[in-house]
Design a protein around this ligand. Structure first.
Ligand SMILES: C[S@@+](CC[C@H](N)C(=O)[O-])C[C@H]1O[C@@H](n2cnc3c(N)ncnc32)[C@H](O)[C@@H]1O
Length: 252
């Protein structure tokens, strides 16, 4: 582990300093075991809202037909599919840390779910991206950064691989500004998310982690500050469902 990693790594369930391996191994265990049920869980637990949030992400994403898009923590390929369908860029590189999640994304490709857009898949740790400097026009990431123990390093890596003027478009769970809505949401997170998760995937503990990691994650301003620290500018965000989720757009 190098010095940068040691300095910044946290336990993503608590936000407290911890070795990177703790969070990395946990995330690999959770997502490799729930990969085939992940999309069903998303649809049920968010009452379908995840689709509206993806639609919002697409409205905010400055993706043009000539762009090469890098999808970080792409999982089973939801964001890449939305990008292919609504933006039709010249190419999408769909990446994730966990091969089992990407296998589901590959199955979507085999079923023609990306239309005519060329898509490649690659196992990539966002904290150590194996691509050249300034090689992508857009980086997308949904529900990824929260799971990474070295977030400053991951954001710096995304900044590095973006071309000058390129944008990071990030969808993540966030903090509802209204205290009543926030309390209701936190009750749902703590009690009902593990229930739904256990019912659908048989792995309740993974969803206890999900709820904890959301509660421990910085709010909208906090995430914007981390992006600024990594070198991004012109950072804006838009809240969805009263701030349960937010889409940040940040430029290099
Ligand atoms: C909640 S899923 C989101 C997947 C997809 N973006 C979506 O919107 O459905 C989180 C994903 O982040 C991936 N992930 C976690 N840590 C990562 C890392 N360090 N580098 C790349 N991907 C990572 C996990 O493997 C998992 O597929």
């Amino acid at each position: 582990m190098d010095e940068l990693t040691t300095t910044h790594t946290i336990d993503t369930a608590t936000g407290k300093e911890a070795p990177a391996e703790l969070s990395t191994e946990r995330v690999k265990t959770i997502f490799s075991s729930i990969a085939t049920k992940y999309e069903l869980f998303n649809a049920v637990s968010s009452f379908g809202a995840y689709r509206r949030w993806l639609d919002g992400m697409m409205r905010q994403a400055p993706i043009l037909p000539q762009h090469d898009v890098l999808d970080i923590a792409g999982g089973t390929g939801d964001v890449s599919r939305w990008v292919a369908r609504f933006k039709k860029p010249s190419h999408i590189q769909c990446t994730d840390l966990v091969p089992e999640m990407l296998e589901v994304a590959r199955m979507h490709a085999a079923h023609g779910d990306f239309g005519d857009v060329p898509v490649d898949f690659d196992v990539v740790d966002a904290q150590d991206i194996p691509y050249a400097d300034e090689s992508y026009d857009i980086v997308t990431m949904a529900y990824g950064i929260r799971n990474m123990p070295d977030r400053p390093r991951a954001l710096s890596e995304m900044h590095r691989v973006l071309k000058p003027g390129g944008s990071l478009v990030c969808l993540e769970f966030s903090t509802p500004p209204n205290p009543v809505w926030r309390t209701l949401y936190r009750f749902y997170l703590t009690h009902l998310i593990p229930f739904w998760g256990g019912l659908i995937t048989g792995d309740k503990s993974g969803f206890v982690y999900l709820a904890k990691s959301i509660r421990a994650f910085p709010d909208q301003q906090g995430l914007a500050a981390m992006m600024e620290e990594a070198g991004f500018r012109d950072i804006t965000w838009k809240n969805y469902t009263g701030g349960i989720a937010a889409v940040h757009v940040a430029r290099k």
